[in-house]
Design a binder for this molecule. Structure first.
Ligand code: RRO
Length: 302
């Protein structure tokens, strides 16, 4: 028997696949539906203090090996979202809910974290890494003092564990170590990769915002590298995210050192049954290699 059970910050994940932030996660209904499709946990859309419309259309382009998005942090704001969270909590009692939040500074981050845990979040994910949001996201992780301050303040505000979602920077080892020093209980590597697509015929950028974030198969090697480098530097769990499309990808991330895995773009390429397909593929590969437990593989590529 192959065992995929994984412990993440006192929560049991089975399988260790978590719905990543930004896909099918703005309403309790869509998250509930995905919870029933074989994920071990759910991350919400990144929520801010006020409702936000996001960037102008087009906001998503399909590319050969993934998706390019510049949604622009569209979200209903915490006042509205907390009602959705309360509903979700009632319907998915047994799976961890990870509340993703974004803000421009420590004060707002800690208020949002407080609201999230009061309305049912088990873990907080700090979005420090959206690649195309002025004043938010990656602009927070790019300033070391600001990043540490945000993590420290949230950590001192809520008792629940805090994850720092980092951008795919070349010095991810240093960023991960800083996040740990600031009090982060885990690291998520990576957010989307800052990128751009141009239409030759119209001579224009395709996205309304021109610049966006690339996700899906094409970024997997970048995500695997970031997990590998972060894992070497920290003693807290590293969650892999970026281009996980099949069971083999998932196991490669585990070999790099990931404790758990977030999946998103694969729902677009393989449909809502993607978690079950990936889980079956992981089990099949492990069975073939006579591996019974993910602990036998974790970090083995080091
Ligand atoms: O909403 C977005 O445009 C977005 C976010 Br918050 C993020 O973290 N990463 C991304 O690719 N898009």
């Amino acid at each position: 028997m192959v065992n995929l059970e994984t412990e993440l910050l006192d929560h049991e994940l089975d399988p260790p696949l978590i719905l990543a932030s930004g896909i099918l996660d703005q309403t309790s209904k869509t998250m509930e539906r995905i919870a029933g499709k074989g994920v071990g946990g759910i991350v919400t859309k990144s929520i801010g203090k006020e409702p936000k419309e996001g960037h102008p259309n087009p906001t998503i382009v399909e590319l050969e090996n993934g998706l390019l998005n510049a949604m622009g942090l569209p979200n209903p704001g915490i006042e509205y979202f907390k009602k959705e969270l309360t509903k979700l909590r009632k319907s998915v009692e047994e799976k961890p809910i990870i509340g993703s939040i974004f803000a421009s500074g420590p004060e707002d981050f800690s208020e949002l974290a407080q609201e999230m845990v009061e309305h049912g979040a088990d873990i907080i994910e700090l979005n420090l890494s959206c690649p195309h949001a002025e004043g938010y996201g990656a602009s927070i992780a790019s300033k070391d003092d600001m990043m540490v301050d945000v993590i420290d303040r949230v950590n001192n505000t809520v008792e629940e564990p805090v994850l720092a979602k980092l951008p795919p920077s070349t010095d991810i080892d240093k960023k991960a170590a800083l996040a740990e020093k600031g009090g982060s209980d885990g690291i998520v590597c990576i957010n989307t990769v800052r990128a751009m697509a141009i239409n030759f015929e119209t001579r224009e950028a395709i996205l309304g915002n021109k610049i966006g974030g690339y996700s899906g198969e094409g970024i997997k090697p970048i995500g695997v590298r970031c997990v590998f480098e972060a894992y070497k530097e920290v003693d807290i769990p590293v969650i892999g995210c970026g281009g996980i499309t099949n069971g083999r990808d998932a196991l490669e991330y585990i070999l790099a050192g990931a404790t758990a895995l977030e999946i998103g773009t694969v729902f677009h390429s393989r449909g809502k049954e993607a978690p079950k397909k990936i889980t079956d593929e992981m089990k099949e590969l492990m069975k073939k290699e006579d591996i019974k437990d993910l602990n036998e593989l974790r970090g083995d590529a080091h």
